[in-house]
Write a protein that binds this ligand. Structure first.
Ligand SMILES: [Zn+2]
Length: 511
C-alpha cells in the first residue's frame, strides 16, 4: 500500500477545493495502490533520468554488444540469459530460472501485489549469418556461424534496462505493484511462449509490453501475421543395396519427397493467407544405401481460424506418402504452435504517447556515415538513420499472411502490444548479414536505450493510472469473449531442448 503522504499530495495538486481531502478525514479509495498524474510525471521523470545517464546508456550498450558477440541459437542461450540475469539480480530482482522446463527461460520479479506489469525480452541468434560488426560489406567473423540478424541482442537488453529503471522509480516514488521481466528463449524458432503460457507464467499479469528492434520507432494494434505449427514428420522404411536389391527396400526418403510433392499441390487449394515451408533434416547417408529413416521439418502457417484445417490436410499428405511408398509414418512431433498476434489498441496508444515523449535519438555524423555506406552496398537510398518517429498503425483489414511470433500467445492471455525501437539501419535486411552488421555499437546502444525509455514510461503509466489499466483490460476482456485462448500445442508436446545444440557446439568459442 502506498503511504498516506503521497495520496495527500496528489489530492492537493489535482482536486478542487470542494473536494479537498485533509489527512484526518481522508475519504480516498483505500489501498488502491495508484498515484495521480503529478506522481506519474515524477515517476516517469526519475525512470527517464536514470536511463539518460551516459554510464547507463554505455552499460546496457555493452550488454547488448556482448550478447551480439555470443550469438547463441535458440535454447542454447546460456551465456546471454546469464548476463541478463546477473544485471537483474544485482538490482534486487528475484529471478526464477529454468522456467516452463526450459533452462534458458527465466522470470525476474520486483515488488509485490497489484498491478502486475510485464515486459518481454528475447536474446537468441540465427544460424548461418555471421558478420563483422559495423562492416558495410559481407564479411563473416566465421563462415557458417550464427549471428544476430534480428536484433534480439538489443531486445532482451532493452527490456532489462526498462524494468530496472521502473524498479528504481517505484522505489524512489513509493509506487505499489510488481514489475516483471520475462526472459523468453528461442523466439526465432517460436518455441518458448506457448510453453510459458501452458506453465501459467503469465497468470497474474495485468498488461504486457513486448519489444522488437527495428530502424523505426513505432507501434501498432490489431491482428497481425500468421499462426504457425512447427512439426517434424518422420518416416521409417527398410534398407537394402540401392543397386543390388532395391526391390526389397522401402525408402523413407521417397516418402518425404512424395509428401512434399503432395503439399506443394495442396498450396493451390489453400486460402492465400497460407505459408508453408520445409527442410529435410534427415534423408539418408549415402546413395547406395536405401534410407530407412527420413525426417522433414515443416512450418505450416495460416490465420488462427484456418490453421488447424490446413495442418490436418498436411498430415493427410504425410499419411498418403507413407501408403504410397510402403513405409511407416513413424512420428509426428509438434515442436510448437502459436497464434497470430492480436495487439491491444489501448496498450498501443500508451506506447505511442511515450514514443512521442521520448522522440527519435539524434544520430552522429559517424553513425549516419556507416548507415549510408551500408545502404549504398544494398542498393538503397542513402538517407542514413531516420529523424522522426512513426505514427500509430491501425490494422490494414486485409489478411496478407506473413511471418509469425510466439508473442501471439501472450496477446491472447493479457493485454499486450509491441514497441518497435530504432538502432538498426533502414534498408538492412532482416535475417541477413546486413542486419547483423547494424545491430551493434553506439547507434544500437542509443536505439535500445530509447526503446527502454518508452517501455519504462509505459509501464509507469500502467502502474500509476488505474483508468488506463482498466480500459486496456476491458478491451482485452471484450476481445477474449470471441477469441478465447486455446493452445495449438498437443498435450504431450515438450520444449525441444536439443534444438540447435549440435549446431551451437560446432561454433561455440570459435568466434
Ligand atoms: Zn525477431
Amino acid at each position: 500500500m502506498r503511504p498516506r503522504k503521497i495520496l495527500l499530495s496528489c489530492a492537493i495538486v489535482f482536486l478542487s477545493s470542494a473536494l479537498f481531502i485533509n489527512e484526518a478525514t481522508a475519504q480516498v479509495p483505500a489501498a488502491t495502490g495508484y498515484l495521480g498524474k503529478a506522481e506519474t510525471y515524477k515517476a516517469k521523470n526519475s525512470a527517464l533520468d536514470y536511463l539518460s545517464k551516459k554510464e547507463v546508456v554505455t552499460r546496457f550498450g555493452a550488454i547488448s554488444d556482448s550478447i551480439w558477440s555470443y550469438a547463441e541459437l535458440g535454447m542454447q542461450e546460456f551465456k546471454s540469459s546469464a548476463l541478463l540475469i546477473s544485471a537483474l539480480e544485482a538490482e534486487g530482482f528475484k529471478v526464477e530460472k529454468g522456467v516452463a522446463g526450459m533452462p534458458t527461460c527465466f522470470v525476474a520479479t520486483w515488488g509485490s501485489g497489484k498491478p502486475v506489469i510485464g515486459i518481454l525480452g528475447e536474446f537468441d541468434a540465427l544460424p548461418m549469418i555471421s558478420q563483422k560488426a559495423l562492416t558495410p560489406l559481407q564479411s563473416p567473423i566465421l563462415e557458417g556461424a550464427p549471428g544476430h540478424g534480428c536484433g534480439h541482442n538489443m531486445m532482451g537488453t532493452a527490456g532489462v534496462a526498462a524494468v530496472i529503471a521502473v524498479k528504481r522509480s517505484m522505489q524512489e516514488n513509493k509506487i505499489q505493484g510488481t514489475i516483471k521481466f520475462y526472459g523468453s528463449p528461442a523466439e526465432e524458432t517460436i518455441i518458448s511462449r506457448p510453453y510459458m503460457v501452458r506453465a501459467g507464467v503469465f497468470k497474474d499479469v495485468d498488461a504486457v509490453i513486448d519489444n522488437h528492434a527495428s530502424s523505426g520507432f513505432s507501434t501498432s494494434y490489431g491482428v497481425d501475421g500468421n499462426a504457425v505449427i512447427s512439426v517434424l514428420f518422420t518416416f521409417r522404411g527398410k534398407t537394402a543395396h540401392s543397386a543390388g536389391a532395391p526391390w526389397s527396400a522401402r525408402s523413407a526418403l521417397d516418402a518425404v519427397e512424395i509428401m512434399n510433392v503432395s503439399t506443394n499441390y495442396l498450396r493451390e487449394h489453400l486460402h492465400y493467407t497460407q505459408r508453408m515451408h520445409y527442410v529435410i533434416t534427415e534423408g539418408g547417408e549415402a546413395p547406395n544405401v536405401v534410407p530407412d529413416k527420413a525426417t522433414v521439418w515443416y512450418y505450416v502457417r495460416n490465420t488462427d481460424g484456418r490453421i488447424e484445417d490446413m495442418y490436418n490436410r498436411v498430415v493427410n499428405c504425410a499419411k498418403g506418402a507413407a501408403l504410397a511408398t510402403g513405409t511407416e509414418l513413424a512420428d509426428i512431433k509438434v515442436l510448437t504452435g502459436v497464434h497470430q498476434r492480436h495487439a491491444n489498441k489501448g496498450m498501443a496508444e500508451v506506447i505511442q504517447k511515450n514514443i512521442e515523449l521520448v522522440g527519435m535519438p539524434v544520430w552522429t555524423e559517424e553513425e549516419n556515415a556507416f548507415a549510408k555506406s551500408l545502404q549504398k552496398e544494398l542498393g538503397n537510398a542513402q538517407n542514413g538513420y531516420p529523424s522522426r518517429v512513426g505514427q500509430l498503425r491501425a490494422p490494414s483489414g486485409i489478411e496478407t499472411g506473413g511471418g509469425s511470433s510466439d508473442v501471439g500467445e501472450v496477446t491472447l492471455i493479457a493485454p499486450t502490444a509491441t514497441l518497435n525501437f530504432p538502432g538498426g539501419v533502414p534498408g538492412a535486411i532482416g535475417h541477413h548479414w546486413s542486419a547483423v552488421a547494424s545491430y551493434y555499437g553506439p547507434a544500437a546502444a542509443k536505439g535500445l536505450n530509447a526503446g527502454a525509455k518508452v517501455m519504462a514510461a509505459s509501464a509507469i503509466d500502467l502502474l500509476t493510472k488505474p483508468e488506463v489499466l482498466a480500459a486496456v483490460k476491458k478491451e482485452f476482456e471484450e476481445y477474449s469473449k470471441t477469441h478465447p485462448y486455446k493452445s495449438f500445442l498437443p498435450e504431450n508436446a515438450t520444449p525441444p531442448l536439443d534444438l540447435n545444440r549440435e549446431l551451437m557446439e560446432k561454433y561455440r568459442g570459435r568466434y
